[in-house]
Ligand binder design. Structure first.
Ligand code: GLN
Length: 396
């Protein structure tokens, strides 16, 4: 049967590419490279969480939880976050539990953004934000963070706000640079949000992974931002369970009721037994967070030593578990070429910098390493990366 050729995929799906980060994990497996690309820990989660999850399944917690989150879990989220972030949180009206921070961001934007609205995205960015904006029908408006401190130019940011601006995405601690936004930077953003009535979507998933005394400030805790902030988080990074897909949203009652509706029709709810374990996670003592930060500080220092030995230039992270490196000295045509060489010839997978920038001419000089790995994984990477130093010395 001859039918006229019809374009079967949507304009939205056609307007972004597959995730480069996930693609790098597949390549790492294919070439048996040490995977320092996708950001996930290769060590176990706390024993208490495993026990709570197993126990929940054995107790037949196998059916849907309440759409916006099991009551005990929401209660525990409210208690932990009120204490840690200094925010007033009502578990009945301010919290939505989602399938990971990824669904949280998508649901929050779908619930608040209309087609044609503009959303400000800082560049470099975690690769989900652009597609999130497109799926919500928004027009992303990029504002550059400048090295070496990855800060924004205040005038440039102020110019990006206009009557069409509906949202701004902030990620602190920041993936991929490791920047931690200062209180004064967040105050600048907060003032602009209030002036223009703009919603701040803040991805704070690395909030407990901080170095050298850096402090995490929640934008939602700044005066006047209670009703304009959607605070996004999840169990993935703080409790080393990226595959569990449990995310959280804290927002005003007005925003929460819109977000809950969208979340309900997207996924119904997050995994019920894992929410039980989430309650246990929220009740872990301060010593757990101290231990987490201490362990990550050791991993970061190990990673930086390896990069020094290998002759790679980097931006020292203040938070999160990535190191952003400048590869312009290596003389490769692009980050993709260099990444390919690292995966196939050196045996270490990383993420090419261009996946964090809309303008590939800027992104081409960077790559990102993830160091949320066991000491032996980092040691295996070290061993391989030393070949890189030798190849540089020989003029490759
Ligand atoms: N946030 C992690 C990263 O940047 C994992 C991304 C993902 O695969 N969802 O690598």
């Amino acid at each position: 049967m001859n039918q006229p050729a019809r374009h079967l995929t949507s304009i939205k799906a056609d307007s972004f590419t597959e995730s480069v980060i996930r693609e790098m994990s597949r390549l790492a497996a294919r070439y048996e490279a040490v995977n320092l690309a996708q950001g996930f820990p290769d060590f176990p989660c706390p024993h208490e969480l495993k026990e709570a999850a197993c126990q929940a399944i054995m107790e037949d917690i196998n059916q849907y939880a309440i759409t916006w989150g099991a009551r005990d879990f929401r209660q525990a989220i409210a208690e932990k976050n009120s204490r840690y972030l200094g925010m007033q949180i009502d578990p009945e009206t301010n919290i939505t539990v989602t399938c990971g921070a990824t669904e949280a961001m998508a649901a929050a934007m779908l619930a608040t953004i209309d087609p044609g609205d503009e959303v400000i995205v800082f560049e470099p960015y975690y690769e989900n934000y652009g597609p999130d904006a497109i799926l919500a029908g928004a027009v992303p408006h990029y504002v550059t963070l400048h090295p070496p401190n990855w800060t924004f130019d205040e005038a440039e940011l102020a110019k990006a706000f206009n009557p069409k601006t509906k949202g701004i995405i902030i990620n602190t601690p920041h993936n991929p640079t490791g920047k931690v936004f200062t209180r004064s930077e967040l105050e600048t953003i907060a003032n602009l949000c209030q002036k223009w009535g703009v919603i701040a979507f803040t991805d704070e998933i690395y909030e407990h992974i901080l170095y050298d005394g850096a402090q995490h400030v929640a934008l939602g805790s700044l005066p006047g931002m209670e009703d304009l902030t959607v605070t996004i988080n999840g169990l993935s990074k703080t409790y080393s369970v990226t595959g569990w897909r449990v995310g959280t949203i804290i927002a005003s009652a007005e925003l929460t009721s819109a977000i809950r509706k969208v979340h309900d029709f997207l996924t119904v709810g997050a995994p019920a037994p894992l929410q039980r374990a989430g309650t246990v996670a929220m009740q872990l003592p301060q010593s757990y967070y101290d231990y987490l930060a201490q362990t990550y500080a050791e991993k970061r220092d190990t990673m930086l030593r390896i990069l020094d030995e290998a002759g790679l230039k980097y931006f020292k992270p203040q938070g999160a578990y990535y190191v952003f490196c400048d590869i312009s000295d290596f003389g490769y045509g692009s980050d993709l070429e260099f990444t390919n060489y690292l995966i196939k010839d050196i045996g270490v997978a990383v993420v090419p910098g261009s996946s964090f920038f809309r303008r590939s001419d800027i992104g081409h000089q960077y790559i990102r390493f993830c160091f949320s790995k066991k000491p032996e994984t980092l040691e295996a990477a070290r061993h391989r990366l030393l070949k890189l130093r030798d190849s540089v010395r020989l003029g490759r």
